[in-house]
Design a protein around this ligand. Structure first.
Ligand SMILES: Cc1cc2nc3c(=O)[nH]c(=O)nc-3n(C[C@H](O)[C@H](O)[C@H](O)COP(=O)(O)OP(=O)(O)OC[C@H]3O[C@@H](n4cnc5c(N)ncnc54)[C@H](O)[C@@H]3O)c2cc1C
Length: 472
């Protein structure tokens, strides 16, 4: 054990991993960052989460909370502090098959959730990647493959079990601790440690999946038409698109998902997308929902995905933004963009009902650059895109700071989030990096290469809509 750390209490024996331990190499890093924490605590149950918080506070070291380790800022690890890693809390239980109520522990991965619920014909719309953790996604929002049909992941959360900074376990729902329940749905990172979520899953076995590659017109019309169609399409349709350079051209790799059990209902909904640009590839299949977030996505996180990412929400993606976005793919920063549909059921929810207030926008645009490009290149690419952005989503921001906070939690939402973070965590144990300067990123030398998710799909497996390179 590291000399700097006191012996763990009996309740945590064997659950602290320090640099001499063979498990340390696997646990030190996240998907985006290589780090060197003093130790990683691996609680197996709620009582151990309480013990872990108490122990970590006694050490007076910075604390990072980790569920799946996919946070873009890398804040789920740290240098010299303690990480509370929830990966051993990963149970998925169906509480009531008829109503679809399920209990999901924070350390589960969305691939596990999809697989566990499939035998019941239930789904929770989460994200596009199976290795993402439940805890980070379901405290921020959750823009999933069925988002326009069923809303954000947080919109289906019915209760949460949270361990606060003082070690108190609280069950919050609409009637009990409603302020905490409000906070955890959109601004949960910073409130405490959510150990489990009760979520109302939806009945759905199969989905229609259309995979298209189109050449995007440099004047931006292809991107604009994608967004315009998605803004008013039937809400059975949700879609993602990766926009990236291929030589001097810009391609859009589109995955369109239709909440329908028969291909007859899928084709007419997808049809308009086939005409937005020169069609290079196309296939439509009826697939079991877990195919979209498969176990094949599961892998250890070793800092393999360096990159700088920001995002903006748009009610209408206008000509200027669409053109700027398309041009930035072939510009000096070789930015990669991901378009994600929101709207539909997301906008049925009152803007004040949760800490995710963006309930009138239709398109989420995520911009990324990859090493050797960094923040300056992303800022240059993003400037032209963002002029009409109206808000941002916490989970696609790799540089959390107060300016990002103001875009993510504007106006009264922001004031309430600050007030409640202070109420539930008065000593700032889980203080959000959104309130402070940008964290220093430890890193390995920059690597170059094209994003794998931007390559044309060759197999029957749907490509992920996320714009990040995958290195496993
Ligand atoms: C490849 C990839 C694909 C993605 N696709 C999508 C997508 O389709 N849709 C979407 O909405 N998002 C997507 N995201 C973003 C994702 O929602 C966030 O990165 C999310 O924070 C990841 O959750 P995690 O538990 O894996 O992350 P972690 O790195 O473990 O956690 C991220 C942060 O969340 C907080 N946190 C984690 N667990 C808890 C907890 N139990 N209680 C309180 N706070 C906690 C901590 O502050 C932590 O620093 C994607 C990210 C990646 C890298």
């Amino acid at each position: 054990m590291s000399a700097a750390l006191a012996r763990v209490p009996g309740a945590l024996t064997g659950q602290l991993v320090t640099p001499g331990d063979r498990r340390y190499a696997q646990l030190r890093s996240t998907y985006t960052t290589t780090a060197s924490p003093a130790g990683i605590l691996l609680p197996k149950n709620t009582a151990q989460v309480v013990a872990a918080i108490r122990y970590a506070r006694e050490q007076r070291l910075p604390i990072a909370v980790r569920s799946g380790g996919h946070g873009l800022s890398g804040a789920s690890s740290n240098n010299g502090g303690l990480v509370i890693d929830l990966s051993m809390l990963s149970r998925v239980q169906v509480l009531d098959e008829r109503s679809g109520l399920v209990r999901v522990e924070a350390g589960a991965r969305w691939a596990n959730v999809a697989k566990s619920l499939a035998p019941y014909g239930l789904v929770v719309s989460s994200g596009d990647y199976g290795n993402v953790g439940v805890g980070g996604l379901a405290t921020g929002g959750g823009v999933g493959w069925l988002v326009r049909s069923f809303g954000l992941t947080i919109d289906r959360v019915r209760a949460v079990e949270v361990v606060l900074a003082d070690g108190t376990l609280v069950r919050a729902d609409a009637e009990h601790e409603p302020e905490l329940f409000w906070l955890v749905r959109g601004a949960g990172a910073g409130a405490g440690i959510v150990v489990a979520f009760e979520i109302e899953a939806t009945e759905q076995r199969n989905v229609g999946v259309a995979q298209l590659v189109v050449e995007a017109h440099p004047d931006g019309r292809t991107v604009r038409e994608w967004a315009a169609y998605l803004a008013q399409a039937p809400r059975e349709l949700s879609a993602g698109a990766v926009v990236y350079a291929e030589g001097r051209s810009t391609l859009m790799s589109i995955t369109a998902v239709v909440a329908a059990e028969s291909l007859r209902r899928v084709r007419p909904v997808v049809e308009p997308l086939l005409a937005i640009g020169k069609l290079l590839e196309h296939r439509t299949d009826l697939l079991a929902y877990p195919t979209l977030v498969p176990n094949a996505h599961l892998h250890p996180n070793v800092g393999q995905q360096r990159g700088t990412t920001t995002n903006g929400l748009f009610t209408r993606l206008d000509d200027a933004s669409a053109r700027a976005l398309t041009r930035a793919t072939t510009g000096p920063g070789r930015a990669v963009f991901q378009l994600r549909s929101v709207g539909g059921a997301v906008n049925d929810v009152d803007a004040g009902a949760t800490a995710y207030p963006h309930r009138h926008q239709n398109t989420l645009v995520v911009g990324s650059v990859f090493p050797p490009q960094g923040g300056a290149a992303l800022d240059a690419a993003w400037r032209g895109v963002a002029a009409r952005a109206d808000g941002a989503y916490v989970n696609f921001e790799s540089r959390p700071d107060p300016a990002a906070f103001a875009r993510i939690y504007p106006g009264e939402t922001g004031a309430r989030v600050r007030r409640l973070w202070k109420r539930y965590d008065p000593d700032g144990v889980f203080r959000s990096p959104l309130l402070t300067a940008r964290p220093a990123r430890s890193g390995q030398p920059a690597r170059s290469g094209q994003p794998r998710s931007g390559q044309p799909a060759r197999s029957g497996q749907p490509r992920s809509g996320q714009p990040h390179r995958r290195r496993r």
